[in-house]
Design a protein around this ligand. Sequence first.
Ligand SMILES: *Cc1c(COP(=O)(O)O)cnc(C)c1O
Length: 338
Amino acid sequence: MIAPSRLHLDGDALVANWKLLDRMSGAAACGAAVKADGYGLGAREVAKRLAAAGCRDFFVASWAEGLALADLGVAVSVLHGVRAEDPPGAPNVRPVLVSAAQVARWKPTGLVCDVMVDTGMNRLGVSAEEIAGGLLDGLAIETLLSHLVCADEDSPMNARQQAGFAALRGRTSAKRMSLANSAGIALGTDYAFDLTRPGIALYGGVQHPGHAGIRQVVTPEAQVLQRRRVRAGETVGYNATFTAPADIDVAILNIGYADGYLRCFSGRGLARAGDVVLPVLGRVSMDLVAIGVDAVPGLGEGDWVAMEYALPATSALSGLSQYELLTGLGKRFDRVWF
Ligand SMILES: *Cc1c(COP(=O)(O)O)cnc(C)c1O
């Protein structure tokens, strides 16, 4: 059955974004972060498209997210590592060990792994001191990772983390080193090491002026449920926050905050019918949104409109981060690749 709302996903833009980030990564390989179900787009469909374009290294958060991609024939690294409850040794799936306890858990398997080293985030990772003390001796490490704290800002912390990470080259059995996320790639090839790990920029996020050229991938679209006339002086939606200044036509759309189109778009969001921009009127409801449609007399029940969703502008408008705008998109949307 076709849902009354869908995510219009631009597969060419996704691949073009990866190729741009791959070029920006210089001699380093370019991987892809596909955690949180590919930032809400659908991890399998994203990974298939990027693998076909040449991407070989994928990053997810949990073991379950990793197992879901194990049959794709690409390397999947699990950023949260391995818990006592996780089964070791899935083909193509390896942990990014993030603590001494995880290292102790993995060492007896003799299997290949990645390791996260903390260089300032104080979130996940072993310390440089633990590495100097021999914690990683005897591990078969494919990639040593660290993660930038302020890559989307011009902060002295970036160079400090880069230098701290570079000093670990040759100190472990790791074949490769990886530091940069999307914004880190834009800081220059000093930050690329051997492998980069973009996420948000693949999906249209712009976190740095160096990301000019990144294309929008995701556009939520909703079907019109009904068109109605609202008389001058009447109000639209919960709490009567919009009053019609004249007789107007309104279209009610099959999308709402339960889909991740949150209440911050009330009275401020925009939709598009072809090239015509249409305002969201009044409160966003759980399952419905009203837009003003006087500019499109032919628009009616069953027609589709696109919600304005360019990530940088929509983030500025809503106060939500570009990451939240994607990962909050709900399960009711059909995800349709074009
Ligand atoms: C999410 C994540 C990435 C990707 O970050 P973006 O900012 O989306 O490019 C890279 N590395 C790690 C460790 C992450 O958690």
